[in-house]
Write a protein that binds this ligand. Structure first.
Ligand code: ZN
Length: 158
């Protein structure tokens, strides 16, 4: 069966940067609903359109087509005293940005009595290289299409 709108696609994948450094070893396969539901990157969907199980590809995505460019205004610092105990450099915590939206911050470093936080996605600004293989293609169920995501072992769990 070919990948087309409203098919459920299961992929084995690995993500590296252009030098080959592994960013996501894709231990578990990923399943997504194909057809512009925003489950995965638009350029990945475009590369997979019309393909079948067994198809393999190496697809390079520029930062703007993946997690976006870095936004240096998302760097912020807070007093160490406001910092939850036990969080280390490289760790993450959930906070709110200036407009009150929930945002994940990565702890960049501790400097004096301040902690520097970065609200960018950890993969923002990075070119991503996907090595992927299509494991399975099937028709999505009416319920999956209504929900806009795939159910089952590698899909969405309610
Ligand atoms: Zn659902």
């Amino acid at each position: 069966m070919k990948i087309e709108k409203d098919t459920a696609v299961t992929l084995q994948y690995k993500v590296t940067d252009p030098s080959g450094k592994v960013l996501d070893d894709g231990k578990d396969p990923m399943a997504y609903l194909h057809g512009g539901y925003g489950n995965t990157f638009a350029l990945l969907e475009a590369a997979l359109e019309g393909r079948e199980a067994g198809f393999q590809a190496r697809i390079e995505l520029a930062a703007k087509d993946a997690f976006g460019e870095r936004d240096e205004t998302l760097l912020t610092s807070i007093p160490k005293s406001q910092f939850p105990p036990g969080v280390k450099v490289g760790g993450q915590l959930r906070g709110q940005d200036e407009s009150g939206r929930s945002q994940v911050f990565t702890v960049v470093k501790v400097k004096g009595d301040h902690v520097l936080l970065d609200g960018n996605h950890p993969m923002a600004g990075k070119t991503l290289v996907f090595q992927l293989q299509v494991l399975d293609v099937r028709s999505a169920s009416a319920e999956e299409i209504q929900h806009g995501h795939v159910h089952g072992a590698h899909g969405h769990h309610h």
